[in-house]
Design a protein around this ligand. Structure first.
Ligand code: SF4
Length: 567
């Protein structure tokens, strides 16, 4: 911690962590309390490190208040899936748990994780135990630690993809907290009283100042939005071989409305290193943030603010000091999209892989469209794996030539949307969970974005833009779970039915957008976008992306870096 940081008192969350005995707190007692469906306030902080958040069904708040009942508390559980790769058995287990203990939906997150919503306190432990029985877990899926490590989808696409996916697993394993509290509390590993004497060699007693997100991308596809992460790696491939990585530092999406000291930020590309050093580089940067991050003011605690406060040269010198690694100049790379490759592709080993579009990452059975049942039936016969993508979609991977017709039959039977029939705007859309469960949401996101896209699609159709890729993302608040500030059309909830509209991001995830109009309704969004899209249709350069067009035509200024986001 730097000198001026030492002078400021630690934030209340730091004190909760300090007093928690390596994340135990009184979680056991909170779980056992039959008088409430919720947890004690301090335990609500600590359970995040175990992969769960307390939420409440906000749709029912008024009615519950009238009945003089406490809110209907329930829990989100996030399942860590490094690189997003799961077996068919694991898929079936998650599907069944969401029906048994959740709200019968399964959310595929923007960080290649599964998420259950609506789990009641009395079912929390059973659900986490079942998740662990399927050889997945929830530790460090949330909290002030390194989260689920993302990786460009589909390790089977090429030997390089496979090698990079293995690196993602290595980093994930190395940066996972060591505390036994998880086993004691959820898996009946006993010893809960004072917990056994233990140490967190990497994190220490206070863990990190804030959440820490890591991703790897393999150019030309930036499907992990690598520059939105605290720590990122861009694979450098020369003559078909992985030689090393460019390391990127200081990305992050969240800001607070009205607070200009907070801002989203695109990561800096800090330097290059040979591939065998990836775990050491990851560790050095995590330690840098552990020791220098702001532990007094959580709104400024992410690595992006540490980097802006202390500078990249200091970061590089710390990597050299702690690990003896001198980063070289970044190697050249080129991204051409943040999106997924939908439909079938064939890998060099002759196997097939099908990317299914899952709108808003929400697997649910609706009239006329049963994505959840479809993937369940596919999992029952599938001999390969499933891969969750960073765009909330899923790849049915490793399908043999002989099995392909059976998978195709099921995709048709359940009317899984054919990517060729979806506008490229919808294909490049992301929505966070928001209402009804997220306590921070000001407005709808995943329940509403599909309907808004229906309307924007009509404008696109009238202007012959349905097959032009444009990215759109919506979140219920500026915390940025759906990475809205890297979308060419970003919409962030301000109040029920009102959104801030942001324009001008780069299509490949390399430039933030900027606020274009505040507090707009659906009608206003359509009215604002229509003439801009008409102009784009008529006057864009060949292959010019929408985000670049609105800057070139003076609709909005380019955001050069995070600190310039509000200007
Ligand atoms: Fe909730 Fe905001 Fe995250 Fe959406 S972006 S899930 S509203 S915290």
């Amino acid at each position: 911690m730097s000198e001026n940081q030492e002078a400021s008192p630690p934030s209340p969350i730091e004190i909760i962590k300090d007093n928690s005995n390596y994340l135990r707190g009184t979680i056991d007692e909170s779980l056992a309390d039959p008088l409430t469906g919720g947890m004690r306030a301090t335990d609500q902080v600590l359970i995040k490190f175990h992969g769960t958040y307390q939420q409440q069904d906000r749709d029912l708040d008024e009615e519950r208040k009238r009945q003089k009942l406490e809110p209907l508390y329930s829990f989100l559980i996030r399942v860590r899936v490094p690189g997003g790769v799961t077996t068919a058995e694991q898929w079936l287990a998650m599907d069944s748990l969401s029906d048994q203990y959740g709200d019968k939906t399964l959310k595929l997150t923007t960080r290649q994780a599964f998420q259950f919503h609506g789990v009641l306190k009395r079912n929390l432990k059973k659900t986490i135990q079942e998740i662990n029985k399927s050889l997945l877990d929830t530790i460090a899926a949330c909290g002030d630690v390194n989260r689920n490590v993302m990786c460009s989808a589909n390790p089977y696409e090429s030997p390089v993809h496979n090698e990079v996916a293995e690196d993602a697993r290595l980093i994930s394993a190395y940066l996972t907290p060591h505390t036994n509290a998880y086993h004691e509390i959820w898996l009946d590993g006993k010893l809960i009283e004072g917990g056994e004497k233990e140490e967190e060699p990497l994190y220490g007693r206070l863990y990190l100042p804030r959440k820490f997100k890591t991703a790897i991308a393999i150019p030309p596809r930036n499907d992990t939005d690598v520059l939105s992460n605290d720590l990122g790696f861009i694979a450098i491939v020369e003559n078909g071989k992985l030689t090393g990585y460019n390391v990127t530092v200081g990305g992050g999406m969240a800001y607070t409305f009205g607070n200009k000291d907070t801002y989203p930020r695109v990561a800096d590309v800090v330097g290059y290193f040979p591939k065998e050093l990836i775990v050491e580089v990851a560790e050095a940067i995590l330690i840098f943030q552990r020791d220098h991050g702001n532990r007094s003011e959580r709104k400024n605690a992410r690595l992006k603010y540490t980097v802006d406060r202390l500078g990249l040269d200091f970061l590089r010198s710390e990597i050299k000091r702690s690990k003896g690694i001198s980063l070289g100049p970044p190697h050249k790379y080129l991204f051409d999209t943040m999106g997924d490759k939908y439909g079938w592709i064939k890998s060099p080993d002759g196997l097939w892989h099908y990317t299914v579009f899952v709108e808003g990452g929400k697997l649910v059975d609706k009239t006329g469209y049963s994505a959840k049942s479809a993937l369940r039936e596919i999992a029952q016969i599938h001999q390969g794996t499933f891969i969750l993508t960073g765009n909330q979609n899923v790849v049915i991977a490793k399908v043999s030539e002989s099995q392909k017709p059976f998978i195709e039959h099921l995709l048709k039977k359940f009317r899984i949307l054919n990517p060729a029939k979806i506008s490229l705007l919808r294909q490049n859309s992301i929505a966070c969970a928001a209402l009804p469960y997220c306590g921070l949401a000001f407005a709808e996101a995943e329940r509403y974005l599909p309907k808004l896209i229906d309307k924007i699609d009509k404008v696109l159709e009238a202007n012959d833009l349905l097959k032009v890729p444009i990215s759109i993302r919506m979140t219920g608040c500026p915390n940025g779970c759906g990475r809205p500030f890297l979308a060419e059309i970003g919409l962030v909830g301000r109040a029920p039915g009102y959104y801030n509209l942001y324009l001008g991001a780069g299509f490949t995830g390399d430039r933030l957008n900027k606020l274009y109009k505040e507090m707009v309704t659906e009608d206003q969004i359509i009215d604002i976008l229509t003439p801009i899209l008409e102009n784009y249709s008529k006057n864009r350069f060949n292959e010019e992306h929408f985000g670049d067009f609105v800057i070139r035509n003076g609709y909005i200024k380019a955001t050069i870096d995070g600190k310039n986001f509000h200007e």
